[in-house]
Design a protein around this ligand. Structure first.
Ligand code: SAH
Ligand code: SF4
Ligand code: F3S
Length: 450
């Protein structure tokens, strides 16, 4: 099987022009590339300017209230754009479309198309309906759709690293989280199509793929589980780096760690969201592990791969959080010594278990103060982690020019840390051995060795 790398059709001025904007997680970024692929088949050409477009699509996120607020703001801007471009079709895709279909179509919202995450094959029809003056709506969730055989149009265009979706949906029902409701049941994509997509990326010069899902370690199709899939992708070439996100701590198996350790091109980097350091809190969150289990998995990672970086997600101020539970989150962070973390203030989401059964009872100023303490500690831990790398050597995959200085290149280590160094005769897409000479809390600076 082959799955060709799909490229953007050049703007020829004939076809109708499509502009698409993406919010939320990498899954959404991947979905946008599927949507562009599907719309290109129908003759639409992609444009980077909303002002030039005939069709504007917004791929949305519902994870926290502020994510949705941003999109309502964007929609208001689209309404004023429409005044200047009558006939403009505006569509809402993704998680917010799924969650707020009725509200999005109310009154003068200015929305013509609403398509949920499993309805993108239907999108050309929905847009045609809107172009004919109607409204196109499809928010049906599927138990099977994985867009397995659709070659995404790569919009990132660094030509070096790409995301490959391996599954969709989520069955975990963490009590605070909206994703199981917006994305539907978990399902895994056929393994052969994943390997074919990674192979074609490699053949086209890509040197890194990130396998994506809400909970990649529960991937399974037939006989192929996640460690096996990872091995098959990593076997494409020792020159192809393989990453994955996100892992759920409850499924972080020894078999996975063993597979990672046995193949040097599987990156030494694990994103393992803890959410909280207190077992009592983890129970309210329905995370299905304890603090001790989590720390046991961290110890296992360190045993198999002492050089592996560990990153996480943390939520401050979830229902009933006591000062003691918050202190346990801080102590967990110290104990693990995270290299990096995404840190959030709890935002109650309509329809979730927490919204229905648990009170959002931590006062706003307490949430903010706790989040600030978490951020301040992580800044400390992050800087310490980067400082430990000074004087060490790493293999860096070059991804592009440094944003600050075109005479410098920027790439990442296997541990996923950004490294900036003088270009010399090196090129994008190459592996370069770099000695680290300095750092900030988010970047390493170094010099090429050969
Ligand atoms: N599937 C992944 C991540 C999904 S969303 C996982 O389980 O790890 C990314 C992060 O957003 C979550 O890890 C969590 O930290 C955060 N998040 C999810 N729902 C939230 C909410 N209601 N309020 C604040 N943060 C939330
Ligand atoms: Fe949300 Fe939990 Fe699923 Fe992650 S595992 S997407 S946090 S329900
Ligand atoms: Fe947001 Fe949906 Fe992703 S809610 S984080 S875009 S799965």
């Amino acid at each position: 099987m082959t799955l060709n790398v799909n490229t953007l059709r050049p703007l020829s001025g004939t076809g109708r022009k499509l502009y698409i904007e993406t919010y939320g997680c990498q899954m959404n970024v991947g979905d946008t590339e599927i949507v562009v692929s599907l719309m290109q088949r129908e003759g639409y050409v992609y444009t980077e300017r909303a002002e030039d477009a005939d069709v504007v699509l917004i791929n949305t996120c519902s994870i926290r209230d502020n994510a949705e607020q941003r999109i309502w703001g964007r929609l208001a801007e689209m309404r004023s754009l429409r005044k200047r471009r009558p006939g403009l079709v505006v569509g809402i895709l993704g998680c917010m479309a799924e969650r707020l279909r009725e509200k999005l179509l109310e009154g003068a919202s200015g929305v013509d198309v609403v398509a949920g995450p499993d309805a993108y094959r239907d999108l050309p029809r929905l847009v045609r309906e809107a172009e004919a003056g109607g409204r196109g709506v499809n928010v049906l969730l599927s138990t099977e759709e994985t867009y397995a055989e659709i070659a995404p149009v790569r919009l990132d265009r660094n030509g070096v690293s790409a995301f490959v979706a391996i599954m969709r949906g989520c069955n975990n029902y963490c009590s605070y989280c909206v994703v199981p409701y917006t994305r539907g049941r978990e399902r895994s994509r056929d393994a052969a199509t994943i390997v074919a997509e990674a192979q074609s990326l490699f053949d086209n010069g890509y040197r890194e793929v990130t396998l994506l899902g809400q909970n990649v370690n529960s991937y399974r199709t037939g006989e192929v589980d996640f460690p096996e899939l990872l091995r098959r992708v990593a076997e494409i070439s020792p020159l192809l780096r393989v990453r994955f996100a996100t892992s759920h701590p409850k499924d972080m198996s020894d078999r996975l760690l063993d597979t990672m350790a046995s193949m040097p091109n599987i990156c030494r980097s694990i994103h393992l969201p803890a959410q909280s350091g207190a077992t009592t809190m983890l129970e309210r969150m329905n995370r299905k592990y304890t603090r001790e289990w989590y720390l046991g998995r961290i110890a296992a990672i360190r045993r198999w791969m002492p050089d592996c970086s560990i990153t996480t997600d943390l939520i401050a101020g979830f229902s009933g959080e006591t000062e003691e539970e918050h202190a346990q989150t801080l102590s967990l962070m110290r104990e693990v010594g995270y290299d990096f973390a995404y840190m959030f203030k709890y935002s109650e989401r309509p329809g979730t278990f927490a919204q229905r059964h648990l009170a959002d009872d931590v006062p706003e100023e307490v949430k903010s103060r706790r989040l600030q303490e978490i951020i301040a500690l992580q800044n400390e831990l992050g800087l310490a982690s980067y400082r430990r790398d000074v004087g060490r050597e790493f293999e860096v995959l070059v991804e592009g020019e440094s944003k600050r200085d075109a005479r410098q290149l920027s790439g990442r280590t296997s541990q996923n840390k950004v490294v900036v160094f003088d270009r010399g005769s090196h090129r994008i897409g190459e592996y370069v051995r770099v000695r680290i000479t300095g750092c900030t809390a988010a970047t390493l600076f170094g010099e090429a060795i050969e």
